[in-house]
Write a protein that binds this ligand. Sequence first.
Ligand SMILES: Nc1nc2c(c(=O)[nH]1)N[C@H]1C(S)=C(S)[C@@H](COP(=O)(O)OP(=O)(O)OC[C@H]3O[C@@H](n4cnc5c(=O)[nH]c(N)nc54)[C@H](O)[C@@H]3O)O[C@H]1N2
Ligand SMILES: Nc1nc2c(c(=O)[nH]1)N[C@H]1C(S)=C(S)[C@@H](COP(=O)(O)OP(=O)(O)OC[C@H]3O[C@@H](n4cnc5c(=O)[nH]c(N)nc54)[C@H](O)[C@@H]3O)O[C@H]1N2
Ligand SMILES: [Mo]
Length: 714
Amino acid sequence: MLVTVDSNGRAIKVQGDPSQPVTQGFLCGKVAKYLDRVYAPDRILYPLQRKPGVAKGPLVRGREHEAFERVSWDEALDAIAARLKQTAERYGPESILPYSYAGTMGVLGYGSMDRRFFHRLGGSQLDRTICSEAGGLAWNLVYGKKLGTPTEDFALAKLIVAWGANIHGNNVHLWPMVEQARRNGARLIVIDPYRTRTAALADWHIAIRPGTDAALALGIMHVILREGLEDRAYVAENTHGIERLAERVGAYTPERVAAWTGMTASEVEQLAREYATTRPAALRMNYGVQRSENGGTAARAIAMLPALTGAWKHRGGGGQLSTSGAFQWNKRALERPDLAAVSPLGRLARIVNMSTLGQALEKQGTGNREQGTENQTAHPDSGPDVHALFVYNSNPGAVAPNHNAVRRGLERTDLFTVVHELFFTDTTDYADYVLPATTFLEHTDIQGAYGHYFVQLSSQAIEPPGEAQPNVWLFSQLAQRMGFTEECFRDTPEQMIEQALAVGPDGHSTNAGMEHIALDDLKQQGHIPLSFHRDPEDHPFQPYTAGPFSTPSGKIEFYSETLAAQGLDPLPAFVAPTESRWSEGAKRFPLEFLARKNDNYMNSTFANLDGHRKMEARTSQKLELHPLDAESRGIADGDAVRVWNDRGELRLTALVNGSVPAGVVAARLDWAKLHPEGANVNALTSERLTDLGAGATFYSVLVEVAKDSSQSSP
Ligand SMILES: Nc1nc2c(c(=O)[nH]1)N[C@H]1C(S)=C(S)[C@@H](COP(=O)(O)OP(=O)(O)OC[C@H]3O[C@@H](n4cnc5c(=O)[nH]c(N)nc54)[C@H](O)[C@@H]3O)O[C@H]1N2
Ligand SMILES: Nc1nc2c(c(=O)[nH]1)N[C@H]1C(S)=C(S)[C@@H](COP(=O)(O)OP(=O)(O)OC[C@H]3O[C@@H](n4cnc5c(=O)[nH]c(N)nc54)[C@H](O)[C@@H]3O)O[C@H]1N2
Ligand SMILES: [Mo]
């Protein structure tokens, strides 16, 4: 992204960098309006302390500052350090819980000085499972590493399958490649229960029932193997466990799969044939598939498809879940887990799962993952209750599942909460201290990616407003106040960028794939491709064309000894989610609910800006439902409705359209405080975890809906 700054140091324009081969000079709709966010009149500019006697809980929008008083950074840092010390002494340092996710995805801002700080302190470690853990683990079980078809090469495909992937809405920079491929005759198939922008533009939209993807993937494999459409040579050479997989898929006849997925048997066959016989065939699986209780297994089964057909062999074929495995940052240097040895614990702290924050705060245990983990270090399911919560890069008051449980936890008067933020969010309403954070225009960072293969430098463009400070600065300062004397707490961002790159004596990175990259070159060029992607025309990168693979068997794994050793099913199977139309709970709550993202927000980011809200007006605070489900409940388009289950309730306006199949309803993630009753879709979602990776299950939720007779239609 290029930022134009005027002579007064004010950013006046943002635009895509035309020299970036993936983003090609355009920005998505929400980031094109990024300056509205940077210069928003309600940015938090100064450190704030909750006024004595003001209860924690939703504050009136636009008047949040009245609950706080301005303090200096010195006062705030001293007071926070004193409280953290006291908490650590009284309850043990593990009673302090950091909570962060993807507010910034810069390598430094996402996880560096903060990790050092909490390792040295002995604070609980956070298992960052809320987004992609189930799918990432699934992909790694099959291939060993998260690589994929280069984004640019999707333009060469003759078939693109978007599976649980809202390309046009969430990943718009892939869309031009899709369009180019289609100009050359490619077809686009979208597998998504919801009619997204992507689905509406597809050649074939398969409105699969939520949580039934494993059945479909196994059904496709059934047809492929029955009809001999697999790539036998590729499978023999590169994969492990085909015989046992073949045995397993025997039961997944098109007829049975049709009954689960809501497709017809002949559609299952058609999809399998088209996928297996079109070359190149590119699979864009995204994380939508795995926000479901059986989502890890579903993602794993889907990931096997290009291995069965040998699609990786054809340039423009194969698939992509994420390209993040290609970025081998020197994380040990950035995060310094070795500092845990000098913490009061003398070891790595227990791990708390971020997807069960409600439970962690309600003192019902910490929701640690028990299975399928790749980084199981040390996490006893015990340990002290959480007494201090340090939130940055995240808005758990809006994005965490089971909102009402989270809210009860945040309301605890004995919980000390610090929030580092840009705006008064659903989370700052519960903070004891609110600290002002910078936007990415106001600090320097280095970036990897999960949708391309370029290392990028994002240089500071403007001065921060007020007293806003970046994450690195905050945790460096706080470390000084805690009396942490290690040199690494005084590192500058530039030094840390060099550490991330593991810069060698000649000034170049020593990270695998980055050996040609020097910081000075990044400063000049902004973005530099990873080594294997430097000459895409003559030496195109095609992952997984040949082994050895970084799995235990050295092969692509259809059958997983790793899972077998954990007592889990080594082969994929379809298991209906606990909350689905087949479950006992469906008697009381018969509708499957999709707690969806917005095309013009970034999770909960941007939802507070009027311009962005306008772009979302069509679906904002609406419940989308099928005409049959509306009719049987006496609901008409535009009626006020009540949506509820045992966890919570939400009042929305009915939008009866063709966007969801019968039995499925959908609404959008929003700030809870922008709804009249102070709740959002996560009031309905649960803390139940995915089968692999212990991730959140935003898309396995049952609800009931009724006309809201307490209100007349707006
Ligand atoms: N505009 C915009 N862009 C974003 C984001 C945003 O909030 N807004 N968020 C960013 C983030 S954090 C992420 S992780 C990525 C995620 O990008 P995606 O993975 O594309 O994210 P989702 O919208 O969660 O899921 C994609 C689709 O999966 C569908 N889906 C739900 N349940 C099922 C199911 O059981 N089976 C199948 N086949 N599909 C299902 C949903 O209806 C949805 O349309 O996007 C990023 N980009
Ligand atoms: N119902 C439902 N819930 C969901 C999802 C869904 O699809 N449906 N999606 C899930 C997914 S995929 C994800 S990834 C999570 C995302 O969860 P979060 O990462 O919490 O996402 P955001 O809502 O973007 O909130 C990030 C916050 O960080 C702040 N921030 C931005 N930059 C900085 C910075 O440099 N420093 C600090 N200190 N703060 C900063 C922003 O102002 C913003 O309030 O949400 C999950 N929750
Ligand atoms: Mo995400």
